[in-house]
Design a protein around this ligand. Structure first.
Ligand SMILES: [Zn+2]
Length: 312
């Protein structure tokens, strides 16, 4: 039997952080190794700032992360993150700075994951998603959660240490479930959040609570937001979503009854769509196209069975 996970081979989830980089975590505490890796002539580095890096479009239509040799890298007043080793042996670092460097050439432009995530190669998107996730965590965890003292960066960006109480703080990732619910007629349930613009519909989603399994979180969130009971919860795939620190865990779930009763607080409206209804609603502009890089769009597309139409 073909599982939903199998089907993602044809319609891959973007930003999966699966671009062939060996994170080489065992080297992060080895300052001599890091210094040698940094000064190696093949090592590449890019600047990350506010979730953005420089990218450029190549003559053959691809989009690449703009990297430089460490000799050219603007190291003053920056934090250095070691990101890992490519399958060709090249080591990659990111420098976190308050601003991006000036464009090195005409083609270079600043971009974040939302704009460039689906355009970059798997390797470049893995490097950028890692760097952005570290940057967001570093920015929000400058003080010790045990004693309140200012913490310092360590382990090439992967630890923050407290000089006062000795605590070590590790990057946190917040699990969130995101699910496409279908019914007996194979219609899909899409909801509209209260603060979303008219016509924007997407899958339901929510954070996993303390002491909760991810499968139970799916059942609870669908019940809370749409008043729908679900069974047959099937895992599809995951997507790092460092805005600022989520890991989206994608599921398909089957409703045990079709009645919808939205909570009105988070979700204003939830509707069942057949494939024909959703296709027609997107083409007519009644429903806005789902955003490109998110796993929500991919879950809907997996159910839809082909790329979603564009508005006419
Ligand atoms: Zn402390």
């Amino acid at each position: 039997m073909t599982t939903w996970t199998d089907r993602t081979a044809e319609r891959p989830i973007t930003l999966t952080g699966d671009g062939g980089i060996d994170r080489s975590a065992h080297h992060r505490l080895d300052e001599a190794w890091l210094a040698a890796a940094w000064s190696h002539p093949t090592t590449r580095v890019f600047v990350v700032s506010g979730g953005q890096a420089l990218v450029e479009d190549t003559a053959d239509g691809r989009t690449e992360l703009v990297t430089m040799g460490t000799f050219d890298a603007p190291i003053t007043e920056s934090h250095r993150y070691f990101l890992g080793t490519g399958d060709d042996g090249v080591r990659y670092f990111a420098l976190q700075k308050d601003s991006l460097p000036g464009r090195m050439d005409e083609a270079a432009r600043p971009a974040g994951l939302r704009e460039a995530g689906a355009l970059l190669s798997e390797r470049d998107s893995e490097l950028l998603v890692h760097a952005v996730a570290l940057e967001n965590w570093q920015r929000l965890h400058r003080f010790c959660s045990r004693c309140g003292e200012r913490t310092v960066i360590a382990a090439a960006g992967h630890i923050r240490r407290c000089p006062a109480c000795g605590a070590e703080h590790y990057p946190r990732t917040d699990p969130a479930v995101i699910m496409l619910v279908t019914d007996d007629e194979d219609r899909a349930l899409l909801g509209r959040q209260v603060h979303w613009p008219e016509g924007r519909f997407s899958t339901l989603a929510g954070f996993v609570e303390p002491g909760e399994s991810i499968e139970r979180a799916v059942v609870r969130e669908v019940a809370e937001e749409a008043g729908v009971a679900v069974g047959d919860v099937e895992y599809v795939g995951s997507q790092p979503w460092p805005f600022p620190s989520s890991l989206m865990l994608g599921f398909m779930a089957r409703a045990t009854s079709p009645e919808v009763r939205v909570d009105g607080e988070e979700i204003e409206e939830a509707r069942w769509f057949s494939r024909d209804e959703l296709g027609a609603a997107i083409e007519s502009g009644e429903v806005l196209p789902l955003s490109g890089i998110s796993i929500a769009a991919r879950l809907v597309e997996l159910w839809y069975g082909k790329p979603l139409p564009r508005p006419r």
